[in-house]
Design a protein around this ligand. Structure first.
Ligand SMILES: [Zn+2]
Length: 278
């Protein structure tokens, strides 16, 4: 079996998605220039992401992480050149143990008809994650020249401190990771940025991307429209204005869930903890 679905978006953009999590799969994006390619996120480290990118392009591939969570950065070791916002580097150095990743995949495939086959593949192919490898920094506003294709990094703290969105203005596209998704987890962990920080960052992001029409979100295979992103902003605004939401258990392991609150606006959801609103 193949743990990825590969979909060509345009002549220089591919979506590579880990299928353990359908329909909420984890999409990664390969943006290919004439000189090099940017791989936005690396998923859970299921074992042959590099071979998958090599089937698409022969130019050198650099990883640009949206953030250093276990489901976005655990495959980084397959590549020599890795970049992320400086505030994410500690997370990448803390590591992603194999047993935690397998547990995560088991939880996410609980209702998946193909879970058996997929888990078997994951157990056989999942890569060790070594924490000591070169990590370069990418700064807010930085232009990433791939040769004929340019990405621009925009810092959108909220889901994590160093969450980064990569924008291709020529394509009117943005690759958001978990900085924008249908259920944004904001302020669920001690020391996380507040919902207010996220609201401000998202407002700034929207003002910097008035030319962008497609916002490729985390954990879904489709893109949000500008109106969808505005819904997420509105959801955050209502929480900052005092909306309490409802109790929500965030399940990240077989242990007790992390209890927070959830608020909905027009189908978009934000999970948060009341102590991390302001
Ligand atoms: Zn995340």
């Amino acid at each position: 079996m193949h743990p990825y679905t590969v979909t060509q978006v345009n002549d220089h953009t591919w979506q590579i998605a880990e299928v353990y999590h359908l329909p909420a799969a984890l999409p990664m994006y390969l943006i290919v220039g004439t000189e090099r390619a940017a791989l936005i996120d690396t998923g859970m480290g299921l074992g042959n992401l590099r071979a998958t990118t090599a089937e698409i392009t022969s130019v050198p591939v650099s990883v640009y992480n949206t953030h250093a969570h276990i489901d976005h950065a655990a495959g980084n070791n397959e590549f020599e050149s890795v970049f992320m916002h400086p505030d994410e580097i500690a997370g990448a150095r803390a590591g992603f143990p194999i047993d935690r990743r397998l547990e995560f995949i088991e939880l996410k495939t609980m209702y998946d008809a193909e879970a058996e086959e997929l888990l078997k593949f994951a157990r056989e192919h999942i890569l060790e994650y070594h924490t000591e490898y070169p990590i370069g920094s990418v700064a807010d506003g930085e232009k990433i020249d791939l040769g004929g294709v340019t990405l621009e990094a925009i810092h959108v703290p909220g889901h994590t401190r160093g969450s980064m969105v990569y924008v291709n203005r020529a394509d009117k596209s943005a690759f958001c990771g978990d900085a924008v998704n249908p259920r944004s987890s904001i302020g669920m962990f001690p020391g996380s940025p507040t919902v207010q920080t996220y609201r401000d960052a998202l407002e700034r992001f929207l003002s910097l991307t008035e030319d962008v029409e497609r916002f490729y979100v985390g954990h879904r295979l489709y893109a949000f429209s500008r109106e969808d992103v505005k819904d997420v902003l509105r959801c955050a605004e209502e929480i900052v204005a005092g909306e309490q939401g409802e109790p929500y258990p965030m399940i990240v392991s077989r242990n007790e869930p992390i209890w927070g609150r959830i608020h909905w606006y027009n189908g978009k959801r934000i999970t948060f903890r009341p102590e991390n609103v302001k």
